[in-house]
Design a protein around this ligand. Sequence first.
Ligand SMILES: N[C@@H](CCC(=O)N[C@@H](CS)C(=O)NCC(=O)O)C(=O)O
Length: 226
Amino acid sequence: MTDIKLYMAPGTCARVPSILLEEIGVDFETRVIRFMQGEHKSPDYKKLNPKGKVPTLLIGGEALTENVAIITYLNERFPNTEIMPPASEPLSRARQLADLSFCSATLHPIVTRIRMPQLFATEEAARSVWEKGCQTMNEFFNLINQRLDNSPWWYGANWSAMDAYLYWVYSRVESADYPVDSYTNYKDHQTRMKLRSSVQKALAREAKAQTQLEAEGLAFTPSKIP
Ligand SMILES: N[C@@H](CCC(=O)N[C@@H](CS)C(=O)NCC(=O)O)C(=O)O
């Protein structure tokens, strides 16, 4: 019997807590949200997540939203797993929040512009949103690539939630034609991530959800980059 339920959809940033729950090894349930039916914007789901987004983590019936908050919660609730490196000082804890916020508040909005430029412009102008998104992302891919120089993970030898988040960012933009090839350290990081059993289990969970959505005629496919 588990008290943890993750509301997710395949391909989304709900992959980050999914990987972390697998790393922790705690029993959890998932519930697939049907975006194509607008379930994420339904009154029932909005009672859990008023922003109408995934992920939402339900803990003993209490909902928690926002990846940064979910990661912080999991890190404190399951201290033995160290999904973030130990940080005893206020400044080091705040710096970790700065790193996680970099993923959620800086990288994620650019990912959305690269993957779904049509959300931000007319059909004719969508290409320029994609191009601007790619240009903006270059600076941050360079930063991440440099940080991973001679270092397997964001925090050196310590694997962390940052690596799960960076893995999701890379995989999303790679599949939206963002040119990743010159960022070799980041590319190697991606390869290392795919070897982790937590990642393999999270991806298998998403593949199962995708098959289920396809069978229901509710699979979401983003429009092609114009
Ligand atoms: N700041 C939120 C962002 C969540 C988010 O944007 N999720 C996307 C999927 S990657 C979503 O649910 N989008 C649906 C929508 O905006 O309609 C977090 O970090 O949890």
